[in-house]
Design a protein around this ligand. Sequence first.
Ligand code: HEC
Ligand code: HEC
Length: 342
Amino acid sequence: MGMGAAACLVLSCLCVSCGDPVETSFNPAYFDLPETAFFPTETNIPADNRLCAEGVELGRYLFYDNRIAATSDHPEGVSCSECHRQAAAFDCGADNLRFVRGGLPLPLQNLAYNTRALGWSGTAVYPATTLEDFIRLTLADSAEFALPTDSIIAHIAAIPLYPKLYEAAFGTQDITLDRTAKALAQFVRTLTSTHSKFDRYMRGEERLSDEEMQGYVLFTTEEGADCFHCHGGAGNVLFSTYMLAVNGLDESDVPYRIPSLRNIAHTAPYMHDGRFATLEEVIDRYSEHVYATPHISPLMHHADEGGVQLTPREKQCLKAFLLTLSDEDFITNPRFSNPFTK
Ligand code: HEC
Ligand code: HEC
């Protein structure tokens, strides 16, 4: 773990500014190869925003800097990190619920590999909307930042730290919305979670307990808990297909983008509106209380029976498996932490 000093140096030399085309979009220093060997090979890194050490560093400062949106009404300001906390896998945390557009925040993890859709509603779809676009929209959305973007940019420009960081990242001291979104996107793409117990199992480094193994088998079989079509498994370690689906939680019949189950122990409460406080409640819902609405996903094979009908023992195993997706390294990794308090 950890980006070595040598890697930093090499990167700095390779990458004069982030706008320059750099041959590789898949840099081991950022993606912890070979840990990500069984991750998808496709990323959503655009040609005009390759990762570089200076861009990631700038993005990290911006991510944690509440001064960028401070006002006289709200002198404490706003930062991305307020709604996306590292201790909660960059979700908001159960003690810090933030509703925006009728939904709770999503964890920020492994998003470099999500080539489908962003947000709960899935209206931000690749390639029409990129991570850069989504972040630009976030900065412009009054529900998140109650300031027009030109004020945010003016705030950034007034903080002595930034002109030099923009110059290091992009070649000149110009501070623009485009560059700001690019740097934030670079930092967000480095937030990779690859050190859960399940990952270690995949790498052949650690066993799963009998209970966890039984839960894994349930998770990945149609006659079991039937979760894998939407939430992945060995063949999709992102634990989401990032497609839209109706999963029959109630009668509303509205599709949501399938969330990743990685770090699920850290991202309670569950579902877009946080209706379930615990994994037990989620599992009970899929087991016995599925609504077979008109547009329910055909991948919910047991909807007509009201759910997958698990025994208490099976529920326990399924939960044990879900807990193997927790990545303590991710939520404590100093590379992702607040640079102002390091
Ligand atoms: C006031 C709380 C709040 C702030 C501040 C905030 N976000 Fe979010 N973020 C959310 C919510 C809520 C969602 C889910 C939104 C949706 O479904 O449209 C979200 C979703 C996202 C997603 C999509 C994740 C996914 O899996 O699809 C990204 C990326 C993101 N935010 C990045 C950022 C960045 C970068 C910043 C700072 C510039 C930021 N957010 C600031 C609340 C916030
Ligand atoms: C047809 C696709 C599909 C299947 C199959 C499916 N899910 Fe989901 N899952 C979803 C969608 C869509 C959501 C988000 C729904 C919402 O927020 O209203 C979700 C949300 C969740 C969440 C909450 C995640 C969060 O961050 O809040 C958990 C936990 C979960 N599912 C676990 C499971 C388990 C366990 C199974 C198997 C028993 C399963 N799912 C089967 C589509 C599916």
